[in-house]
Write a protein that binds this ligand. Sequence first.
Ligand code: CUA
Length: 341
Amino acid sequence: MQGWIPLVPDSASTFSWKVDALYFYLSGVTLFFTLLISIVLIFFVIRYRRRTPYEIPRPIAGSHKLETLWTIIPFLIAMTMFGWGARIYFEQYKPPQNAIEVYVVGKQWMWKLQHATGQREINELHVPVGRKIKLIMTTEDVIHDFFVPAFRTKADVVPGKYTTLWFEATKTGTYHLFCAEYCGMNHSGMTGSVIVMEPREFDNWLSGNASNTTPAAAGQQLFQTLGCASCHGANGEGGRGPTLAGLYGRQTPLESGQTIRADEAYIRESILNPQAKIVAGFGPIMPTFQGQVTEDQLVQLVAFIKSLPGGGTTAGTPGGSPAATSAASPAASGSPTRNAR
Ligand code: CUA
């Protein structure tokens, strides 16, 4: 696309042509009406100019038919923009299930990235072509914004929460990565590159840097040292605290009567602010870990909890044997958890 239109960035993801098509449609509609209105305006100025100083124009009574028409036509055109834009938006901001996950932590003024296998990168992201990549992003300080123009996608990176971004690169190469949210003095220098590689090349790259601990393994260490295991069990099997094994992605009933799908954001919140959403059957006894864990460590804890297998006995299997879980479930034991300490 960039060859014949100057200023249009490289087109290298499955979103690119969709966003471009919408963009050119919007530009086309804008251009069409700008020209139409300008031409009609000039025509009317000449055609209906005052010809003599004493001329009195014919009064105009108005036309309901005409007014209805020029209300309905713009409405329909605006709705095509809304419908088309919403479709692309929902596709872009609903991450797919089967994606490769990469953790991103922004800070003034750099991007820190870590692959699920443990490899860390600064201001560079290596990804394979033709695979869905999901970024789980947060920041240590102010709001940043992860923006890859060639992929036609961007998302804010916000303190205190996780945002996600996904894409599938269609072309190998090196593409610009920008911070697209003003974040202080060196905002303009907070750049990097996304390197899209052939899958085999990527596997080589990944194994060539394999000396790191995976985020999940580092999280397991933390889980022990922070004492999480004393309530949640060494492998998240539960105890005084809710079962964590198989938690990720599961519908979790809360004490408030609501149900929440356990995603990264929920796990993160439950570490920093355990009282916010208490699991049904448990008391508000967990202390906060606010200020005790860094964003990097939070990412590791979340990765560890996500890595815990469901085990089949607790994770939404209504047909499963209840006896197998009763020891780990205070709701079943009948004794109030509030007194557990
Ligand atoms: Cu980070 Cu602008």
